[in-house]
Design a protein around this ligand. Structure first.
Ligand code: ZN
Length: 237
């Protein structure tokens, strides 16, 4: 090698990891493969190298990039230099105003919560009428998503304007208050609930519908947020 112009050799770069990765993938199906099985597995792995790794894989890919990456037109992957917390901070800094699409999604969520309350909580007729949108009249632009999903007319619940306005207020509160610091608190639900209970609404107070909406919406919303954080971290890793 010295005669061919190499001045030194980095022996630490001699690694069998790629072979071990490959054999591990081969053995994942059958620990003791037959020659034919080995041949098939190797062929699949060789093709797989040009595509992408499975999301649940435990090995880092050997070259960290794939030949077919340029075909990927999806969201750009977050570079490791952007920390999840920073990303969340940027998201939080966005104006709390909801877009039309977000309002439609919120309307759908509100309808789901109202349906649960009417079905499972013992509330009086007056509260039911005040919480759910009843008459046949269209419930505004925000019901676009529900209208689309409602294959059997009337099967999905629509919130009343009062109930939607109240949930809208909680969502705005959620967006301004929820940051990584709040999500790390052991009592994030309690903190948010306390703030949301202080909001005012035009809903009747006799059966505590307002409290019930707060309770259900915040839990549901935190679950959605947690899922989002999980996805962000997955992209970050
Ligand atoms: Zn009532």
């Amino acid at each position: 090698m010295l005669t061919q112009g190499h001045r030194f050799v980095l022996t630490s770069r001699f690694t069998q990891d790629c072979f071990e990765n490959t054999f591990s993938c081969v053995r994942s199906k059958n620990p003791v493969p037959t020659p034919v099985e080995f041949h098939h597995a190797l062929r699949i792995i060789a093709v797989g190298q040009f595509l992408t790794t499975i999301s649940s894989g435990r090995y880092q890919e050997d070259h960290s990039s794939f030949l077919a990456d340029f075909l990927d037109t999806g969201e750009p992957k977050i570079t490791p230099s952007v920390r999840v917390e920073q990303l969340m901070a940027v998201n939080r800094a966005a104006a709390p105003d909801l877009t039309k699409t977000e309002k439609c999604i919120l309307f759908h969520l509100a309808g789901y919560i109202v349906h649960k309350i009417i079905k499972f909580a013992s509330i009086c007729e007056k509260c039911k009428i005040a919480t759910e949108h009843h008459d046949e009249s269209p419930s505004g632009d925000n019901s676009l998503l529900v209208d689309l999903k409602d294959f059997k007319a009337g099967a999905l619940c629509r919130p009343s304007q009062e109930a939607f306005d109240f949930i809208h207020q909680i969502e705005e509160l959620f967006r301004t208050k929820t940051g990584s610091s709040l999500m790390q608190l052991p009592n994030a639900v309690g903190v948010l609930e306390k703030k949301a209970q202080a909001l005012s609404s035009r809903l009747p107070s006799c059966c505590g519908v307002q409290q019930k909406l707060v309770k259900r919406f915040i839990r549901l919303r935190l679950r959605i947020e947690a899922k989002q954080i999980k996805n962000d971290r997955k992209n970050y890793n």
